[in-house]
Design a protein around this ligand. Structure first.
Ligand code: CA
Length: 226
């Protein structure tokens, strides 16, 4: 039974979330502040953190960055602000997904299942994927470039893996949203752009001087050995 840690300062919302999670078979605990939440995230090792961005003591983005500095626990941010910049910023800081309030229990459950499915270690330990100097260990969910480990968020790893499994093939942003973000009905393509730019930075290249990641204007992106 996956354990979900809820960081939410509104007591009513918090108890509704805990009830909804329990009804769907999750273990759940909660805190009302960012500091207590950080503490619980590190101490209790939850399987997933549901993080409200509007917390009274520390800004949710800062909480996210602090969690990411020490842990790869999947994080779904919940925001009342239906603001693309806010959402992109959270995804940028390492959130695995987001929910805009108010959201229903069914959507919450679906997002949690999708994130857990995506971030679960593969049991059968398939062999590594190699593209040039890039090596992805799918079982361990680690990646190396020219022997150097890459520090990737779960989503960045999934994105890189999806592209590395299709070397030389142009992959569209809608396909990436559907397959990597599990948004089959489309979503913010800017999200894909942001993650690609982060991947580029980690691979030590730029859109202007690509080595592995090649943008194909108005079509998508292609990963290939330099
Ligand atoms: Ca709040």
């Amino acid at each position: 039974m996956p354990h979900i840690l809820v960081l939410e300062d509104d007591a009513q919302v918090r108890s509704a979330l805990l009830r909804a999670l329990a009804e769907r078979g999750y273990g759940a605990s909660s805190t009302g502040t960012g500091l207590a939440g950080l503490d619980a995230a590190l101490r209790d090792r939850p399987d997933l953190v549901l993080l409200d961005l509007g917390l009274p003591d520390i800004d949710g983005h800062q909480v996210l960055r602090m969690i990411r500095a020490v842990s790869r626990v999947p994080v779904i941010v919940a925001t009342a602000r239906d603001d693309e910049a806010e959402i992109v910023r959270a995804l940028d800081s390492g959130a695995d997904d987001y929910l805009v309030k108010p959201f229903g229990a069914a959507q919450l459950d679906a997002r949690i299942r999708a994130v857990l499915r995506r971030t679960a270690g593969d049991g059968d330990r398939p062999g590594p994927i190699t593209v040039g100097g890039l090596v992805l260990d799918v079982g361990a969910r680690t990646a190396r470039l020219d022997g150097q480990p890459l520090e990737l968020t779960p989503r960045e790893f999934d994105l890189l893996r999806y592209l590395a499994e299709r070397p030389g093939q142009v992959v569209g942003k809608r396909e990436l949203l559907a397959e990597v973000w599990h948004q089959p009905y489309g979503g913010a393509e800017k999200t894909v752009d942001v993650h690609l730019s982060w991947l580029r930075r980690k691979l030590g290249e730029t859109a202007q001087a690509p080595r592995y990641l090649h943008t194909v204007r108005s079509v998508g992106v292609r990963l290939e050995a330099p």
